[in-house]
Design a protein around this ligand. Structure first.
Ligand code: SIN
Length: 482
């Protein structure tokens, strides 16, 4: 892990081939969440800068869309290689600005790179077809074309992977992109984009704009030149962006909040379920859209599961992401800590039993203690809302049909997990759970080759896999008479 002095942060925005430095006053501060110290600054770009970025990215698109698939994929492969060569530095930047342990940050860089590798396969773009019409001398063909200039608004929790998951398919099919990274984590986006330029991505295809989120968001959403917006973040902001994009009828991909149930059925392998629960829940200190949120444990296994989980949770070590053995880093900021604490207090008031944790860490109030709540009930906020913190609440159930019926009414539908050894139940539950992704006997489901996304308030569209490429393509029908 490199320290703050060694990483050499790019404290500038990227428009075309120009790095826009920080002015004297108009800057956005980036704080290391583990120390509360200033890590660096990026510019608060003016409206003119954003309009300029749109012009430049549109020009770049007009040249790029005419290049061959092989050419684009070869450049993506070089970007992938650059990321591989620089993985220690990139992971250090994530740890410094986001807080996750270095080993997890390295995992995220490899995960991010895997999207570029996946989308650098030319064969993925074999989407057209030609058929002979009913009438002689007539051919009917379908071709795909890049949607055009795209905008991406990326989150702080996975600052590398959520960027490449959008930028790689966009560039692969011939689009250009303007990225607005989360204000908490711009340096990862800037470092990745710098490597893209070094890899030979032509200037103007990847632009990184920093500054005032509502101002930038308004310009990107209302611009007629931007044909698509991809956003990962909260459902609340996703709905606002959807409205803001309505006048220009933009294509949208929205990966929004989840509230993934984790169900331990009566025939589950409890030890494996505990492993899966730990992997899913404590990844990035619980600050993951797709992580297990509310745990439903069958009455017959409840005590065994709770006891096993308690031991594992108590063994987690807290510390700065830069320290070799830390499992849990700080939460991203004060409002995240306050939200998690409010949910735990609500559970306590409603009769929840705090088995361990339940407060901030005595050594630093930037961490929330890994917390286990038993006797949780469905009226508690930590069961109904996305926690985004290291808190496990165990709800006891005995009637599976009733549980599934109740889960189907949930407003969100990103992911669901369950543990069972019965083949018929596996098929039945996988079909009944009304979500975009299901993990069965596993707590980790993310994979560049597979479509990631949710239903209902958890979003629209898919990222990753073959489905992810279609999000950046338009379909054109051509009828030729000869
Ligand atoms: C997320 O929090 O939505 C991203 C997690 C992942 O891709 O695995």
């Amino acid at each position: 892990m490199m320290n703050e002095q060694q990483v050499d942060l790019k404290q500038a925005a990227l428009i075309g081939m120009n790095w826009i430095p920080c002015g004297r006053n108009n800057v956005q501060e980036v704080i290391n969440p583990a120390t509360g110290h200033l890590l660096g600054t990026v510019p608060k770009l003016s409206k003119e800068h954003i309009h300029n970025a749109i012009e430049i990215a549109e020009q770049a698109f007009n040249a790029w869309r005419k290049t061959s698939t092989n050419h684009r994929c070869a450049i993506l492969t070089k970007w992938y290689q650059k990321i591989e060569e620089n993985e220690e530095r990139l992971a250090s930047i994530i740890t410094l600005e986001q807080g996750k342990p270095f080993a997890e940050a390295l995992g995220e860089i490899r995960y991010a790179a895997s999207y570029i590798k996946w989308y650098s396969q030319p064969t993925l773009q074999d989407n057209g077809s030609i058929i002979k019409g009913d009438v002689e001398n007539e051919s009917l063909s379908i071709v795909t074309e890049p949607v055009g200039l795209c905008a991406a608004i990326t989150p702080w929790n996975f600052p590398a992977a959520m960027l490449t998951r959008k930028a790689a398919p966009a560039l692969a099919v011939g689009c250009s992109i303007i990225i607005k990274p989360a204000p908490e984590t711009p340096f990862t986006a800037l470092a990745l984009s710098e490597l893209a330029l070094q890899a030979g991505v032509p200037p103007g295809l990847i632009n990184v704009v920093t500054g005032d989120a509502p101002v930038i968001g308004d310009i990107l959403c209302s611009s007629k030149k931007i044909k698509k917006l991809s956003f990962t973040g909260s459902t609340l902001v996703g709905k606002k962006l959807m409205q803001a994009c309505a006048p220009t009828v933009k294509r949208l991909s929205l990966e929004l909040g989840g509230n993934a149930p984790f169900i331990v059925c009566n025939d589950a392998d409890v030890d494996k379920a505990i492993d899966g629960a730990m992997q899913s829940k404590f990844r990035n200190a619980g600050q993951t859209c797709v992580c297990a949120n509310a745990f439903y444990v069958h009455d017959s296994l409840y005590e065994r599961f709770a006891e096993g989980l308690e031991k594992r949770i108590k063994a987690l070590s807290l510390g700065q992401g830069s320290q070799p053995h830390s499992d849990i880093g700080p939460l991203i900021n004060e409002s995240a800590l306050e939200k998690v604490d409010a949910l735990v207090r609500d559970a306590k008031e409603k009769g929840g039993n705090i088995v361990c944790g339940g407060s901030r860490w005595s050594e630093s109030d930037r961490w929330y203690l890994p917390t286990l709540i038993t006797q949780a009930t469905v009226d508690m906020r930590c069961v109904q809302e996305e926690i985004f913190g290291p808190v496990v609440a165990l709800v006891r159930y005995s009637d599976e049909d009733k549980l599934i019926a109740q889960l189907r009414l949930q407003d969100t539908g990103l992911a669901a997990y369950f543990y069972s050894d019965s083949l018929s139940r596996i098929h039945q539950l996988a079909a009944e759970l009304n979500v975009g992704m299901v993990g069965i006997n596993t707590g980790l489901i993310s994979d560049a080759a597979m479509p990631f996304g949710g239903v209902k308030s958890s979003g629209v569209g898919r990222e990753g896999g073959r489905q992810g490429i279609m999000e950046y393509l338009e379909t054109k029908y051509i009828k030729l008479c000869y």
